[in-house]
Design a protein around this ligand. Structure first.
Ligand SMILES: Nc1nc2c(ncn2[C@@H]2O[C@H](COP(=O)(O)OP(=O)(O)OP(=O)(O)O)[C@@H](O)[C@H]2O)c(=O)[nH]1
Ligand SMILES: [Mg+2]
Length: 458
Protein backbone atom coordinates (compact mmCIF):
# COMPACT_ATOMS: atom_id res chain seq x y z
CA UNK A 1 0.00 0.00 0.00
CA UNK A 2 1.25 3.51 -0.78
CA UNK A 3 -0.77 6.04 1.18
CA UNK A 4 -2.26 8.99 -0.60
CA UNK A 5 0.35 11.79 -0.55
CA UNK A 6 -2.47 14.32 -0.94
CA UNK A 7 -3.68 13.61 2.59
CA UNK A 8 -2.41 15.94 5.26
CA UNK A 9 -0.77 13.80 7.92
CA UNK A 10 0.14 14.43 11.53
CA UNK A 11 2.14 12.57 14.19
CA UNK A 12 4.02 13.20 17.39
CA UNK A 13 7.63 13.66 16.29
CA UNK A 14 9.29 13.43 19.70
CA UNK A 15 10.09 10.26 21.65
CA UNK A 16 7.26 8.69 23.68
CA UNK A 17 7.09 9.55 27.37
CA UNK A 18 7.16 12.81 29.26
CA UNK A 19 9.74 15.48 28.49
CA UNK A 20 10.06 19.24 28.72
CA UNK A 21 9.36 19.79 25.04
CA UNK A 22 7.14 17.84 22.68
CA UNK A 23 6.45 18.24 18.98
CA UNK A 24 3.72 17.36 16.50
CA UNK A 25 4.70 17.22 12.82
CA UNK A 26 2.40 17.88 9.87
CA UNK A 27 2.81 17.47 6.13
CA UNK A 28 0.44 17.83 3.20
CA UNK A 29 -1.38 20.30 1.00
CA UNK A 30 -3.87 21.27 3.73
CA UNK A 31 -1.33 22.10 6.47
CA UNK A 32 -2.07 25.84 6.45
CA UNK A 33 -5.85 25.34 6.26
CA UNK A 34 -5.66 22.90 9.17
CA UNK A 35 -3.58 25.24 11.34
CA UNK A 36 -5.69 28.29 10.54
CA UNK A 37 -8.59 26.60 12.31
CA UNK A 38 -6.81 26.02 15.61
CA UNK A 39 -3.64 28.13 15.85
CA UNK A 40 -3.74 31.71 17.11
CA UNK A 41 -0.53 33.73 16.59
CA UNK A 42 0.53 35.98 19.48
CA UNK A 43 0.78 38.81 17.00
CA UNK A 44 -2.79 39.13 15.84
CA UNK A 45 -1.83 40.66 12.49
CA UNK A 46 -0.01 37.53 11.27
CA UNK A 47 -1.90 35.56 8.63
CA UNK A 48 -0.55 32.02 8.14
CA UNK A 49 -1.71 31.92 4.53
CA UNK A 50 0.44 34.95 3.73
CA UNK A 51 3.69 33.46 5.02
CA UNK A 52 5.85 32.65 1.99
CA UNK A 53 9.18 31.67 3.62
CA UNK A 54 10.11 29.08 6.25
CA UNK A 55 9.24 30.84 9.52
CA UNK A 56 8.70 30.45 13.25
CA UNK A 57 5.53 31.92 14.73
CA UNK A 58 4.76 32.04 18.45
CA UNK A 59 1.15 31.48 19.43
CA UNK A 60 -1.25 29.04 21.02
CA UNK A 61 -3.52 26.21 20.06
CA UNK A 62 -6.85 25.81 21.76
CA UNK A 63 -6.89 22.05 22.32
CA UNK A 64 -10.12 22.06 24.23
CA UNK A 65 -12.30 24.71 25.80
CA UNK A 66 -10.21 24.91 28.97
CA UNK A 67 -6.69 24.53 27.54
CA UNK A 68 -4.81 27.08 25.46
CA UNK A 69 -1.53 25.38 24.68
CA UNK A 70 1.37 27.83 24.17
CA UNK A 71 3.54 26.77 21.25
CA UNK A 72 6.07 27.73 18.61
CA UNK A 73 4.94 26.95 15.11
CA UNK A 74 7.74 26.11 12.65
CA UNK A 75 6.28 26.47 9.20
CA UNK A 76 7.62 25.44 5.80
CA UNK A 77 4.87 26.75 3.53
CA UNK A 78 6.45 25.74 0.19
CA UNK A 79 8.37 22.82 -1.35
CA UNK A 80 11.40 23.76 0.74
CA UNK A 81 10.72 21.05 3.29
CA UNK A 82 11.75 17.47 4.09
CA UNK A 83 8.72 16.05 2.28
CA UNK A 84 8.63 18.78 -0.41
CA UNK A 85 5.10 19.56 0.74
CA UNK A 86 3.84 22.35 2.99
CA UNK A 87 4.97 21.16 6.42
CA UNK A 88 4.89 22.31 10.00
CA UNK A 89 6.07 21.42 13.46
CA UNK A 90 4.18 22.49 16.55
CA UNK A 91 6.68 22.70 19.43
CA UNK A 92 5.08 22.77 22.82
CA UNK A 93 5.07 21.29 26.34
CA UNK A 94 6.04 17.60 26.29
CA UNK A 95 3.33 16.13 28.58
CA UNK A 96 1.95 13.03 26.80
CA UNK A 97 -1.78 13.72 27.52
CA UNK A 98 -1.39 17.27 26.17
CA UNK A 99 0.31 15.99 23.03
CA UNK A 100 -2.50 13.45 22.56
CA UNK A 101 -5.08 16.23 22.81
CA UNK A 102 -3.08 18.34 20.36
CA UNK A 103 -3.02 15.42 17.94
CA UNK A 104 -6.78 14.94 18.22
CA UNK A 105 -7.38 18.66 17.69
CA UNK A 106 -5.22 18.68 14.52
CA UNK A 107 -7.15 15.64 13.25
CA UNK A 108 -10.45 17.44 13.88
CA UNK A 109 -9.08 20.27 11.72
CA UNK A 110 -8.52 17.99 8.74
CA UNK A 111 -5.27 16.05 9.27
CA UNK A 112 -5.08 12.26 9.60
CA UNK A 113 -2.69 10.21 11.73
CA UNK A 114 0.49 9.32 9.87
CA UNK A 115 1.56 5.73 9.32
CA UNK A 116 5.07 4.58 10.35
CA UNK A 117 7.73 6.20 8.15
CA UNK A 118 5.16 8.13 6.14
CA UNK A 119 7.05 11.43 6.30
CA UNK A 120 10.22 9.78 4.99
CA UNK A 121 8.14 7.88 2.41
CA UNK A 122 6.91 11.25 1.10
CA UNK A 123 10.49 12.56 1.01
CA UNK A 124 11.41 9.47 -1.03
CA UNK A 125 8.44 9.79 -3.41
CA UNK A 126 9.27 13.47 -3.92
CA UNK A 127 12.82 12.53 -4.93
CA UNK A 128 14.43 14.07 -1.88
CA UNK A 129 16.08 10.83 -0.83
CA UNK A 130 16.74 7.56 -2.57
CA UNK A 131 15.76 4.29 -0.96
CA UNK A 132 19.09 3.49 0.66
CA UNK A 133 19.13 7.00 2.13
CA UNK A 134 15.61 6.54 3.48
CA UNK A 135 16.83 3.37 5.18
CA UNK A 136 19.83 5.29 6.48
CA UNK A 137 17.43 7.71 8.22
CA UNK A 138 16.09 4.67 10.04
CA UNK A 139 19.66 3.51 10.70
CA UNK A 140 20.53 6.83 12.32
CA UNK A 141 17.41 6.70 14.51
CA UNK A 142 18.10 3.11 15.55
CA UNK A 143 21.91 3.27 15.84
CA UNK A 144 23.11 1.15 18.75
CA UNK A 145 26.75 2.15 18.61
CA UNK A 146 29.09 4.79 17.26
CA UNK A 147 29.96 2.38 14.42
CA UNK A 148 26.30 1.93 13.41
CA UNK A 149 25.84 5.68 13.46
CA UNK A 150 28.88 6.30 11.27
CA UNK A 151 27.75 3.70 8.71
CA UNK A 152 24.23 5.11 8.61
CA UNK A 153 25.48 8.66 8.23
CA UNK A 154 27.72 7.74 5.32
CA UNK A 155 24.81 5.85 3.73
CA UNK A 156 22.65 8.92 4.22
CA UNK A 157 25.31 11.01 2.51
CA UNK A 158 25.02 8.72 -0.51
CA UNK A 159 27.99 6.45 0.22
CA UNK A 160 26.18 3.40 -1.07
CA UNK A 161 23.96 4.81 -3.75
CA UNK A 162 26.16 7.41 -5.43
CA UNK A 163 28.42 4.93 -7.26
CA UNK A 164 25.37 2.89 -8.29
CA UNK A 165 23.51 5.98 -9.53
CA UNK A 166 26.53 6.91 -11.63
CA UNK A 167 26.77 3.37 -12.94
CA UNK A 168 23.10 3.38 -13.90
CA UNK A 169 23.66 6.51 -15.94
CA UNK A 170 26.63 4.93 -17.72
CA UNK A 171 24.66 1.77 -18.45
CA UNK A 172 21.72 3.82 -19.74
CA UNK A 173 24.13 5.54 -22.11
CA UNK A 174 25.51 2.18 -23.18
CA UNK A 175 21.99 0.88 -23.75
CA UNK A 176 21.12 3.93 -25.83
CA UNK A 177 24.16 3.33 -28.02
CA UNK A 178 23.35 -0.36 -28.38
CA UNK A 179 19.78 0.40 -29.34
CA UNK A 180 20.82 3.09 -31.78
CA UNK A 181 23.14 0.51 -33.36
CA UNK A 182 20.22 -1.91 -33.66
CA UNK A 183 18.14 0.74 -35.43
CA UNK A 184 20.84 1.31 -38.03
CA UNK A 185 21.94 -2.27 -38.41
CA UNK A 186 21.20 -2.22 -42.16
CA UNK A 187 23.38 0.84 -42.78
CA UNK A 188 26.33 -0.76 -41.05
CA UNK A 189 26.96 2.21 -38.74
CA UNK A 190 28.76 1.22 -35.54
CA UNK A 191 27.86 3.31 -32.50
CA UNK A 192 29.99 1.40 -30.05
CA UNK A 193 32.75 -1.12 -30.69
CA UNK A 194 32.81 -4.56 -29.09
CA UNK A 195 35.96 -3.59 -27.21
CA UNK A 196 34.38 -0.45 -25.76
CA UNK A 197 31.35 -2.48 -24.74
CA UNK A 198 33.52 -5.13 -23.12
CA UNK A 199 35.52 -2.53 -21.17
CA UNK A 200 32.41 -0.72 -19.95
CA UNK A 201 30.59 -3.90 -18.95
CA UNK A 202 33.67 -5.24 -17.15
CA UNK A 203 34.15 -2.09 -15.12
CA UNK A 204 30.41 -2.07 -14.33
CA UNK A 205 30.64 -5.65 -13.11
CA UNK A 206 33.68 -4.83 -10.94
CA UNK A 207 31.84 -1.91 -9.35
CA UNK A 208 28.71 -3.93 -8.57
CA UNK A 209 30.87 -6.70 -7.10
CA UNK A 210 32.67 -4.12 -4.99
CA UNK A 211 29.44 -2.62 -3.63
CA UNK A 212 27.99 -6.03 -2.79
CA UNK A 213 31.21 -7.02 -1.01
CA UNK A 214 31.05 -3.81 0.98
CA UNK A 215 27.49 -4.62 1.95
CA UNK A 216 28.21 -8.18 3.01
CA UNK A 217 31.32 -7.16 4.96
CA UNK A 218 29.30 -4.52 6.69
CA UNK A 219 26.54 -6.98 7.41
CA UNK A 220 28.85 -9.54 8.93
CA UNK A 221 30.80 -6.90 10.80
CA UNK A 222 27.72 -5.30 12.29
CA UNK A 223 25.72 -8.40 12.90
CA UNK A 224 28.13 -10.95 14.32
CA UNK A 225 28.44 -11.03 18.09
CA UNK A 226 31.78 -9.66 19.23
CA UNK A 227 34.03 -11.50 21.64
CA UNK A 228 36.64 -9.12 22.95
CA UNK A 229 39.95 -10.20 24.49
CA UNK A 230 40.75 -7.84 27.34
CA UNK A 231 43.17 -7.63 30.24
CA UNK A 232 46.36 -5.98 31.41
CA UNK A 233 49.20 -5.14 28.99
CA UNK A 234 51.36 -8.18 28.18
CA UNK A 235 48.77 -10.64 29.52
CA UNK A 236 49.02 -12.64 26.27
CA UNK A 237 45.87 -11.39 24.52
CA UNK A 238 47.39 -11.04 21.05
CA UNK A 239 49.02 -14.47 21.31
CA UNK A 240 45.68 -15.96 22.31
CA UNK A 241 43.97 -14.12 19.45
CA UNK A 242 46.46 -15.56 16.94
CA UNK A 243 46.19 -19.06 18.41
CA UNK A 244 42.38 -19.03 18.26
CA UNK A 245 42.33 -17.53 14.77
CA UNK A 246 44.74 -20.13 13.40
CA UNK A 247 42.46 -22.89 14.72
CA UNK A 248 39.02 -21.40 14.12
CA UNK A 249 39.52 -18.42 11.78
CA UNK A 250 37.11 -18.15 8.85
CA UNK A 251 38.88 -16.16 6.19
CA UNK A 252 41.96 -17.24 4.25
CA UNK A 253 43.73 -13.96 4.75
CA UNK A 254 43.76 -14.29 8.49
CA UNK A 255 44.29 -11.17 10.48
CA UNK A 256 47.32 -11.47 12.69
CA UNK A 257 48.00 -9.49 15.80
CA UNK A 258 51.50 -8.37 16.65
CA UNK A 259 53.05 -10.16 19.63
CA UNK A 260 56.05 -9.00 21.63
CA UNK A 261 57.43 -9.18 25.12
CA UNK A 262 57.10 -5.40 25.34
CA UNK A 263 53.97 -4.40 27.10
CA UNK A 264 51.69 -1.98 25.23
CA UNK A 265 52.30 -3.66 21.86
CA UNK A 266 48.69 -3.58 20.69
CA UNK A 267 47.34 -0.08 20.10
CA UNK A 268 44.64 -0.42 17.48
CA UNK A 269 42.19 -3.28 17.75
CA UNK A 270 42.27 -6.26 15.38
CA UNK A 271 39.10 -8.18 14.56
CA UNK A 272 38.35 -11.24 12.49
CA UNK A 273 35.52 -13.72 12.04
CA UNK A 274 35.91 -17.04 13.85
CA UNK A 275 33.66 -20.09 13.79
CA UNK A 276 33.26 -22.66 16.55
CA UNK A 277 30.73 -25.47 16.00
CA UNK A 278 28.56 -23.60 13.49
CA UNK A 279 28.58 -20.46 15.60
CA UNK A 280 30.34 -17.51 13.98
CA UNK A 281 31.53 -14.55 15.96
CA UNK A 282 33.91 -11.64 15.61
CA UNK A 283 37.03 -12.12 17.75
CA UNK A 284 38.63 -8.82 18.75
CA UNK A 285 42.10 -8.20 20.18
CA UNK A 286 42.47 -4.93 22.05
CA UNK A 287 45.14 -2.81 23.69
CA UNK A 288 45.82 -3.83 27.29
CA UNK A 289 43.96 -1.79 29.86
CA UNK A 290 46.38 0.40 31.77
CA UNK A 291 45.69 0.77 35.46
CA UNK A 292 47.35 4.21 35.59
CA UNK A 293 46.12 7.12 33.52
CA UNK A 294 47.70 7.04 30.05
CA UNK A 295 50.53 9.51 29.54
CA UNK A 296 50.66 9.92 25.78
CA UNK A 297 47.72 10.87 23.62
CA UNK A 298 48.19 7.75 21.47
CA UNK A 299 47.84 5.64 24.63
CA UNK A 300 44.72 7.56 25.46
CA UNK A 301 43.25 6.82 22.02
CA UNK A 302 44.18 3.13 22.38
CA UNK A 303 42.40 3.03 25.74
CA UNK A 304 39.32 4.69 24.28
CA UNK A 305 39.24 2.17 21.45
CA UNK A 306 39.48 -0.70 23.90
CA UNK A 307 36.66 0.80 25.91
CA UNK A 308 34.48 1.20 22.83
CA UNK A 309 35.16 -2.42 21.81
CA UNK A 310 34.25 -3.62 25.28
CA UNK A 311 30.98 -1.74 25.09
CA UNK A 312 30.08 -3.47 21.83
CA UNK A 313 31.08 -6.88 23.13
CA UNK A 314 28.65 -9.73 23.65
CA UNK A 315 31.37 -11.36 25.77
CA UNK A 316 34.68 -10.13 27.19
CA UNK A 317 37.35 -12.76 27.74
CA UNK A 318 39.45 -11.21 30.46
CA UNK A 319 43.01 -12.56 30.28
CA UNK A 320 45.19 -12.80 33.38
CA UNK A 321 48.88 -13.60 33.04
CA UNK A 322 49.42 -16.88 34.92
CA UNK A 323 53.04 -15.99 35.66
CA UNK A 324 52.16 -12.68 37.24
CA UNK A 325 51.69 -13.37 40.92
CA UNK A 326 50.68 -9.81 41.62
CA UNK A 327 47.86 -9.84 39.03
CA UNK A 328 44.64 -8.78 40.69
CA UNK A 329 41.52 -10.77 40.00
CA UNK A 330 38.93 -8.28 38.76
CA UNK A 331 35.32 -8.42 39.77
CA UNK A 332 33.51 -9.83 36.80
CA UNK A 333 30.44 -8.47 35.04
CA UNK A 334 27.83 -10.90 33.71
CA UNK A 335 29.24 -10.70 30.19
CA UNK A 336 32.83 -11.43 31.24
CA UNK A 337 34.86 -14.60 31.43
CA UNK A 338 38.17 -14.93 33.29
CA UNK A 339 40.99 -16.94 31.73
CA UNK A 340 44.55 -17.57 32.93
CA UNK A 341 47.11 -17.39 30.11
CA UNK A 342 50.64 -18.85 29.66
CA UNK A 343 49.64 -22.05 31.47
CA UNK A 344 52.78 -23.76 30.09
CA UNK A 345 54.82 -21.59 32.46
CA UNK A 346 52.87 -22.46 35.61
CA UNK A 347 52.28 -25.76 37.42
CA UNK A 348 48.65 -25.23 38.24
CA UNK A 349 45.96 -22.59 38.48
CA UNK A 350 46.54 -20.53 41.60
CA UNK A 351 43.79 -21.30 44.12
CA UNK A 352 40.98 -18.71 44.27
CA UNK A 353 42.12 -17.25 40.97
CA UNK A 354 38.51 -17.08 39.88
CA UNK A 355 39.55 -18.12 36.36
CA UNK A 356 37.27 -20.47 34.45
CA UNK A 357 40.27 -22.20 32.91
CA UNK A 358 43.96 -21.93 32.06
CA UNK A 359 45.32 -22.05 28.55
CA UNK A 360 48.56 -21.72 26.65
CA UNK A 361 48.84 -20.11 23.27
CA UNK A 362 52.27 -21.74 22.94
CA UNK A 363 51.25 -25.38 23.46
CA UNK A 364 47.56 -25.04 22.55
CA UNK A 365 46.56 -26.43 25.92
CA UNK A 366 43.09 -25.37 27.03
CA UNK A 367 42.23 -23.65 23.73
CA UNK A 368 39.51 -26.15 22.77
CA UNK A 369 37.98 -25.77 26.23
CA UNK A 370 38.07 -22.00 25.90
CA UNK A 371 36.41 -22.20 22.47
CA UNK A 372 33.59 -24.36 23.80
CA UNK A 373 33.15 -22.11 26.81
CA UNK A 374 32.79 -19.09 24.50
CA UNK A 375 30.37 -21.12 22.38
CA UNK A 376 28.26 -21.99 25.41
CA UNK A 377 28.16 -18.40 26.65
CA UNK A 378 27.24 -16.97 23.25
CA UNK A 379 24.56 -19.61 22.66
CA UNK A 380 22.90 -18.67 25.91
CA UNK A 381 22.59 -15.06 24.76
CA UNK A 382 19.34 -15.01 22.85
CA UNK A 383 19.59 -14.23 19.16
CA UNK A 384 19.05 -10.52 18.76
CA UNK A 385 16.70 -9.13 16.18
CA UNK A 386 18.42 -7.81 13.07
CA UNK A 387 19.46 -4.17 13.14
CA UNK A 388 18.07 -1.62 10.74
CA UNK A 389 21.44 -1.47 8.96
CA UNK A 390 20.87 -5.06 7.98
CA UNK A 391 17.63 -4.11 6.35
CA UNK A 392 19.46 -2.39 3.49
CA UNK A 393 21.87 -5.28 3.13
CA UNK A 394 19.08 -7.85 3.01
CA UNK A 395 16.99 -5.87 0.58
CA UNK A 396 19.85 -4.98 -1.75
CA UNK A 397 21.91 -8.14 -1.85
CA UNK A 398 19.46 -10.03 -4.05
CA UNK A 399 19.14 -7.17 -6.54
CA UNK A 400 22.90 -6.72 -6.66
CA UNK A 401 23.40 -10.44 -7.26
CA UNK A 402 20.94 -10.31 -10.11
CA UNK A 403 22.69 -7.24 -11.61
CA UNK A 404 26.00 -9.08 -11.36
CA UNK A 405 24.61 -12.14 -13.12
CA UNK A 406 23.13 -10.03 -15.95
CA UNK A 407 26.37 -8.12 -16.46
CA UNK A 408 28.40 -11.34 -16.46
CA UNK A 409 26.06 -12.81 -19.12
CA UNK A 410 26.31 -9.61 -21.17
CA UNK A 411 30.11 -9.86 -21.10
CA UNK A 412 29.97 -13.50 -22.23
CA UNK A 413 27.67 -12.50 -25.08
CA UNK A 414 30.07 -9.77 -26.20
CA UNK A 415 32.95 -12.25 -26.05
CA UNK A 416 31.21 -14.83 -28.22
CA UNK A 417 29.60 -12.30 -30.56
CA UNK A 418 26.17 -13.33 -29.35
CA UNK A 419 24.42 -10.34 -30.89
CA UNK A 420 23.77 -6.83 -29.64
CA UNK A 421 20.08 -7.48 -29.11
CA UNK A 422 20.81 -10.07 -26.42
CA UNK A 423 23.48 -7.86 -24.84
CA UNK A 424 20.94 -5.02 -24.71
CA UNK A 425 18.41 -7.32 -23.00
CA UNK A 426 20.95 -8.21 -20.28
CA UNK A 427 21.91 -4.56 -19.77
CA UNK A 428 18.22 -3.74 -19.38
CA UNK A 429 17.91 -6.49 -16.73
CA UNK A 430 20.95 -5.14 -14.88
CA UNK A 431 19.50 -1.62 -14.96
CA UNK A 432 16.24 -2.88 -13.51
CA UNK A 433 18.04 -4.66 -10.67
CA UNK A 434 20.24 -1.62 -9.88
CA UNK A 435 17.15 0.58 -10.00
CA UNK A 436 15.61 -1.52 -7.26
CA UNK A 437 18.62 -0.95 -5.01
CA UNK A 438 18.38 2.83 -5.11
CA UNK A 439 14.60 2.90 -5.49
CA UNK A 440 14.43 4.22 -9.07
CA UNK A 441 12.38 1.08 -9.70
CA UNK A 442 10.13 0.12 -6.83
CA UNK A 443 7.02 -1.81 -5.99
CA UNK A 444 4.55 -1.30 -3.16
CA UNK A 445 5.95 -4.43 -1.62
CA UNK A 446 9.48 -2.97 -1.46
CA UNK A 447 8.17 0.30 -0.01
CA UNK A 448 6.11 -1.59 2.55
CA UNK A 449 9.10 -3.58 3.69
CA UNK A 450 11.26 -0.48 4.07
CA UNK A 451 8.85 2.00 5.62
CA UNK A 452 6.96 -0.32 7.96
CA UNK A 453 10.21 -0.56 9.99
CA UNK A 454 10.06 3.11 10.90
CA UNK A 455 8.45 4.55 13.95
CA UNK A 456 5.46 6.84 13.57
CA UNK A 457 6.36 10.50 13.16
CA UNK A 458 9.52 9.96 11.08
N1 LIG B 1 55.28 -19.16 27.26
C1 LIG B 1 54.26 -18.47 26.82
N2 LIG B 1 54.43 -17.16 26.50
C2 LIG B 1 53.36 -16.44 26.07
C3 LIG B 1 52.09 -17.04 25.93
N3 LIG B 1 51.22 -16.10 25.49
C4 LIG B 1 51.95 -14.97 25.35
N4 LIG B 1 53.23 -15.16 25.70
C5 LIG B 1 54.30 -14.14 25.67
O1 LIG B 1 53.88 -13.01 26.43
C6 LIG B 1 54.33 -11.79 25.83
C7 LIG B 1 53.18 -10.86 25.59
O2 LIG B 1 52.28 -11.45 24.67
P1 LIG B 1 51.23 -10.64 23.82
O3 LIG B 1 50.37 -11.66 23.18
O4 LIG B 1 51.89 -9.64 22.98
O5 LIG B 1 50.45 -9.90 24.98
P2 LIG B 1 49.33 -8.77 24.90
O6 LIG B 1 48.39 -9.00 26.02
O7 LIG B 1 48.75 -8.75 23.54
O8 LIG B 1 50.14 -7.45 25.16
P3 LIG B 1 49.80 -5.96 24.79
O9 LIG B 1 49.34 -5.90 23.39
O10 LIG B 1 51.10 -5.25 24.98
O11 LIG B 1 48.76 -5.49 25.76
C8 LIG B 1 55.05 -12.21 24.54
O12 LIG B 1 56.42 -12.21 24.77
C9 LIG B 1 54.53 -13.60 24.26
O13 LIG B 1 55.45 -14.41 23.57
C10 LIG B 1 51.95 -18.44 26.28
O14 LIG B 1 50.88 -19.05 26.20
N5 LIG B 1 53.06 -19.07 26.71
MG1 LIG C 1 48.59 -7.28 22.19
Amino acid sequence: MVYDPDDTIVAIGTAPGGSVRGMARLSGPQVIACLEQCFQPCEATIQLAEIAEPSVVAGEIVVDRSINLPCDLFLWPTRQSYTRQPSAEVHTIGAPPLLQQLLMRLCECGARLAEPGEFTLRAFLAGRLDLTQAEAVLGVIDAQSAGDLQTSLSQLAGGLSQPLQRLREELLQLLAELEAGLDFVEEDIEFISNEQMHTQLSSALALVADVSNQLSNRESATHLPRVVLGGAPNAGKSSLFNALVSRYGLSDSEQRALVSEQSGTTRDYVATAVRVDELTFQLVDTAGLESAAPRKSIDQIAQQMTESQRQQAALVVHCIDGTDETAACPSLAADELLVTTKSDLIDSLPPNSGAALACSSLTGNGLAELASLIHARLSSISAESPTSLQLTANRCSESLASARASLARAIELVECDGGEELVAAEVREALHALGQVVGAVYTDDILDRVFSQFCIGK
